[in-house]
Design a protein around this ligand. Structure first.
Ligand code: ATP
Length: 355
């Protein structure tokens, strides 16, 4: 019986986006199965310069129609809206498609990638669940500034928005099946009403998962604990802005943004992309680490495998992760951010070889 074919909308974007996506497409094709139809759609700062819109409606519709979306990175510092803000079409897309769950796995593939001492491969292994469509980002483009004297952005926490992301976190912990299973609520419940409410909803949802330990950390304290004892975390869940910040801190523990994949997941659509931005400082020089994007494609396959009950997709995810693990287990292998000397294309080729 022929295997499944997935329609993948590809949004390469700006800066290093196209470079890391091209390596990822090579890797997906090298898998052999499942099959993919890749369709490129214009987006990003370059698209704004050409068409006057960084996220054309047709590109959003292509994402909606596709089985999944693979995205590079978007935005360039010198391309801005008339009010001076940078364009963030990748955030607009999360809101358009209601991709409420930002899933960011943090895994240490090789001891020398971490600035922390005494940790080996696999010793850091947790997932950050970032609420993706409300929180402090709900104010994006909607904050107010009065007479050059006062500016206000608001933290928006809804019961339904919190319930669904917290439920996702507990379900994920159950799937990971660690011993013990634990979900950490990251908030600032000692100061803000919105955060005390977030924690209350966390507890209410957590009641349905008595086998999973409920843990709590204020976001400031968590920033310290992540450095002191990252091995003690399993799944954590937070509002949008806190999740944004702790994701970058956590990436720094395992080799930087080039090692941090992500999935933005909703009920009907999902977008997979590296946690990093367009890194204009290294674009076009073959210096970008493609692994965050390649691992994001692994997350995409795992999600497709679950959704379509397709073992070929799930095996594809396992194979990509094993290939990455195999290639960079050797000291000094990788792009310059990992202490290696490989170019973007050479590292992509190594992963293809390993498959
Ligand atoms: P954004 O706000 O869009 O997330 P940013 O400007 O905060 O973007 P990035 O574009 O993610 O940040 O890059 C920050 C720095 O991290 C870059 O200057 C680059 O040196 C490094 N970096 C990011 N991604 C990679 C990568 N894939 N490989 C190597 N270095 C990277």
């Amino acid at each position: 019986m022929a295997g499944k074919t997935y329609d993948i909308a590809v949004l390469k974007g700006d800066g290093i986006g196209p470079e890391v996506v091209d390596e990822t497409l090579k890797v997906l094709e090298a898998l052999g199965t499942p099959d993919f139809n890749f369709t490129d759609s214009p987006c990003g700062a370059g698209c704004y310069l050409e068409q006057g819109n960084p996220l054309p409606k047709e590109s959003v519709e292509a994402c909606r129609r596709a089985d999944a979306v693979l995205l590079g990175a978007m935005g360039l510092p010198h391309v801005r809206w008339p009010d001076g803000t940078e364009m963030r079409p990748q955030i607009d897309l999360r809101i358009e498609l209601d991709l409420y769950a930002g899933v960011r796995p943090i895994y240490l593939y090789a001891a020398e990638h971490s600035p922390l001492k005494g940790l080996g491969a696999g010793d850091i292994d947790f997932v950050i669940l970032r609420e993706n469509v409300e929180g402090l980002f709900a104010s994006m483009n909607g904050g107010i500034e009065l007479r050059g004297e006062v500016a206000v952005d608001s933290m928006v926490i809804t019961r339904s928005g919190t319930e669904r992301v917290v439920r996702y976190a507990f379900e994920l912990a159950r799937r990971r099946g660690r011993d013990p299973m634990k979900v950490t609520c990251v908030d600032k419940a000692n100061v803000f009403k919105s955060m005390a409410f977030f924690r209350r909803v966390f507890d209410e949802v957590g009641e349905a998962y008595p086998e999973i330990e409920r843990d709590y950390a204020y976001v400031d304290a968590l920033s310290m604990y992540l450095v002191q004892r990252p091995a003690t975390y399993d799944v954590m869940v937070s509002e949008n802005m806190y999740g944004d910040i702790i994701s970058d801190l956590a990436a720094g523990l395992v080799g930087g943004l080039g090692m941090a994949p992500s999935g933005d997941i909703g009920e009907d659509s999902a977008v997979f992309q590296p946690s990093h931005g367009t890194a204009p400082d290294i674009a076009g020089q073959e210096l970008a680490n493609p692994l965050a994007t390649i691992l994001s494609a692994g997350l995409m396959l795992r999600w497709l495998g679950d959704r379509h009950d397709d073992p070929a997709a799930t095996q594809g995810a396992d194979r990509i992760e094993a290939a990455v693990r195999g290639v960079i287990a050797e000291a000094g292998v990788g792009t310059p951010d990992l202490g290696g000397k490989m170019s973007t294309g050479e590292l992509g080729d190594e992963i293809v070889q390993a498959l």
